[in-house]
Design a protein around this ligand. Sequence first.
Ligand SMILES: [Zn+2]
Length: 345
Amino acid sequence: MVGSIVYGWRGSGAITGIFKACGVMQSMDNGPIEQYSRAFAELKRASGKGGAKAPHKPVLLLTILAEIEFGRLDQNRIELTEELISAFHLMWQALVTDTQWVPQIVMPFIRLASEGFWHLRQGNTELERTELIQNEKSVVRTQRAIEYARFDPQLWQLMMNHLNRKILKQVLVDTYFVERRDALEAVSNVVPVDSQIERLIELAATPFRRSVKPLEKSEDDMVYLRNRLFPKVIKNIYRAECAVCGITVNDSRSNYVVLDAAHIMDYSVFHNDDPRNGIALCKNHHAGFDSGCFSISAEYRLIVNAKARVPVEYAKQGTPIRMPEVHTCAPAQDALAWHRNHKLR
Ligand SMILES: [Zn+2]
């Protein structure tokens, strides 16, 4: 008996079909999940060119459902972490083919608050809509303004159940991305952070930029991810070995305890987290590199600072460094030249 609920989306047949497909008999007990199914199917979305509607909100909701499904999210406290942003971008790549939309997580993260089931919090206070900047796009600025988001407790409880997640996912896919269903299944085995590390490595094939904006001023999610994932990207491409001495020390939890991801051009000046501005160094060699005990030539060989007393066991003039396994991620010549000019003094 669902006669008391009037469905405004594609007739009541749509939800009946989804419930049937998910193996659920319709009954009075299904009231709350039906209500939220309807809310998920009627998301308010911005209009774009050619009558298209913004995909951000359904992409974020599908992302969160997947993160719960794979055990990466188990608290009704949704924060803008690099894990969530990576997962959002993976979902976006799978579902959104219309290039007029820019994948920015902040937009749905803030605007979902207008749907009634998503609440933005700072400490114990719920933020009023008037306090929110509707056009904010920077991850860092949003993190400062909003500590976390949470769902209605009743909706969160429902989402803890696999069958309910299946229903809500089906509603979102059928309503917004029905032709991309197969693509969604294809990414279900991918770990989002790993896929974004791969993507950042691929992006290193584009021209090297000497400078980028400070993180808080950037409105590009990938700049934020590049910053947060920089250590993982660098350790990954250098096989977790120091580029000078090759040492690798892995504790039992796969933490490379003596290895750093060093910036070649100072981060505080250039804000450049391009993998080609990075090099994996052990803590000893990181300290010596930053203070100019040695640098690296255009041929990727060590140049020992003639003014420093450097033992040969630490750095030997002319020794080739260990190169990253992805050749497009080799240290940029611009970055090495900057290091030689500014540190070898
Ligand atoms: Zn070393």
